[in-house]
Design a protein around this ligand. Sequence first.
Ligand SMILES: [Zn+2]
Length: 358
Amino acid sequence: MSARDEQGPRAPLWPWLQPALQGALDQLNSHAVLLHGAPGIGQFEFGLALARAWLCEAQPAGSAFRPACGLCASCHLIDAGSHPDLKVVLPEALQASLGWQAGGSEEGEGGDKAEKSSGKGKKLSQEIKVEAIRAVVQFSQNTASRGRAKVVLLHPAERMNLVAANTLLKTLEEPPGQVRFVLSGSALDELLPTVRSRCQAWRLPWPEEAAAASWLADAVEGLSQTDAQVLLSAAGGQPLTARERHELGLDARYWPMIPKDLVQGNATALTSWPLPLVVETLQKLCHDLACTAVGAAPRYFPASSLPKPPHLDRLTLWSQELRKLSRHAEHPWNAGLKVETLLLQARAVMAPKVSRPR
Ligand SMILES: [Zn+2]
């Protein structure tokens, strides 16, 4: 949140995505666009940059779109979150972190709803619900207030529930004149094929490692360039994920020590982490051990930090158990699940002399 605040509420396009913007503006001419790529690289901000460009009132007449000027009335209205021809649709749970007040559902129209709700401990919805899509349909049918175009930015598209996706389908099929849709997300196989087929797809480029690491070193106070590299690898090369994991307690200097600490039964630092982060970390370790077991390079941990890999059968079994758990790690009934149990299991898998789990 703090890094977001420093950038202002309408974050500019991430540096690793800037080179791709002009190409996207040149090629994306459909009324409906589907942006996809790995999570944690900035689909939403890229979609917003497209919307800004399409709505920018300083575009030269008759020629191709350029990135938004950032100075015209339209750009200022987007910065203020009050452009009448832009509709941003996000699940409640993402509104605060993306710095955007969704104007989709009926309760989405006023105030700092997300903060208030989370303050009371109310569970914020992870879904895009049909009420939000009904508002989109209605928005699409109005004429553009500023006479230029209208844009609907919907993120993450795969979070539309089935009813919501079906409700959107007809408007995507026969869009009213001036409206353009940007759907973005990272799990597009979870999206209805009928929705996918109505959109022009655009794959976001993978962040270039050096650019991503130097951004991360700037974004996280006190993080050296070397530590930024470690943190970036720990997040599978996704810079936004890396920053978020750091905020959850992942320490770049501790990360390479985790495998050996686990083997020795000393990984007590992990007990203060949220359960989903522990599960994810163990999944990454399991993945990397499987890589080294077949002679491939690890992806998340430095090769030198990994113990000798156990037999693949054992890793497969562990991986299956972790995957099952990861699907439900955020469920309240898992709150009582002891991280210690998971750590013991990890130790047992990696150290053959200790008795096997289960
Ligand atoms: Zn402008």
